[in-house]
Write a protein that binds this ligand. Sequence first.
Ligand SMILES: NC(=O)c1ccc[n+]([C@@H]2O[C@H](COP(=O)([O-])OP(=O)(O)OC[C@H]3O[C@@H](n4cnc5c(N)ncnc54)[C@H](O)[C@@H]3O)[C@@H](O)[C@H]2O)c1
Length: 379
Amino acid sequence: MKKMRAGIIGIGFIGQAHIEALRRLGNVEVVALADQDGAKEKAERLFIPKGYEDYKEMLDKENLDAVHICTPNFLHFEMAKEAMERGIHVVLEKPFTVSLEEARALAKMAKDKNLVTCVNHTLRMFPQVKEMKALVEKGEVGDIFAVHGCYLQDWLFYDTDWSWRLEPSVSGKTRAFSDIGSHWIDMVENIIGQRAVELIAEFDIVHKTRKKPLKEVETFSGVSLKPEDYEEKKIETEDWCSILFRFEKGAIGSVNVSQVTAGRKNQQIIEISGSKCSLKWDSEDSNELFIGRRDAFNQKVTKEPSLVEKEAKEVIGYPGGHVEGFPDTFKMQFKKFYKQIEEGIPKGGDFATFADGEREMYLNDKVFESAQKRAWVKL
Ligand SMILES: NC(=O)c1ccc[n+]([C@@H]2O[C@H](COP(=O)([O-])OP(=O)(O)OC[C@H]3O[C@@H](n4cnc5c(N)ncnc54)[C@H](O)[C@@H]3O)[C@@H](O)[C@H]2O)c1
């Protein structure tokens, strides 16, 4: 078995999570990183052989099998394009791009070049999410008539909270939806095997202005600055987003997405109402799945590899009773991604590919359009 060569672009919060997950795999070596800010120092600190200020130099020199792009959103398109032009397989962070045109171009290029691609929607890799999908596919849930849930965070709760994600030129024209709501809808369409065909979205900007620090702050760093260090900035993207959906087989759906809900650090909930039973999964209790029944006792299904469906077992790394979570989903996603590279067959389906990224940006456009018009839009 060949050891794969990986390079990482962007060593902030999530770039470091990619490195950690890859190191846990064993068959992938992170041979280089690229970051415009302190690349050499970051490489030394993380014990990675090479650090490049210019990511193109890394792509040219390192003979990479795959590159992981973990930079702010507006850079995703250009970086993925440069990598694919060199025949390098790509893991790209979400949101996929900042426009549908970019998304279409990347999806086409990935297909034309027959490359293995992944958009990092790791919610799909939680064992209990896989369990839900398997139960739906086996017909255990019956006909699905409703899906609802939320994705809630609080890291933008105060008007002094700032990040590049608040600037549309860097982050895109939506924020709460593209940053986190995109994870939820990707998970839901994947679990129920149905696409949304209509939606209506309502946005709210809770803080109409925010205080932007006059020096750089790394995302989620929790750094607090003094008042004289800020400038007042008008905010154009949503802190809150509520959406009603209609899915292709008639099910109704709804989700609330927030970056300003105190105490909710990163909570995703999905609840499916079917004609045989209901299913509920809450990321704050991610190793359990609730199965609700009308005429029998309800069940709590634990992450026990000997009892779950085979699709869920595939993404479990430890015995029952040993809690797994967010970092494990990265490991499992990358394990599947590198296996496809090894086999030379880009087939997707299990993890989100660039084709799913195109869908993500299509939904993003429609959510934005609906919120602007304050009306239902057809998909
Ligand atoms: N899948 C997930 O669960 C998840 C979680 C968090 C972030 N993300 C996504 O990951 C991406 C990065 O987010 P983050 O929170 O890590 O941001 P961050 O601000 O913490 O880090 C971004 C890094 O990119 C580097 N960078 C910026 N411009 C660059 C350039 N031109 N060349 C090389 N490096 C450059 C910065 O120096 C920084 O180190 C975003 O697209 C975000 O939406 C995904």
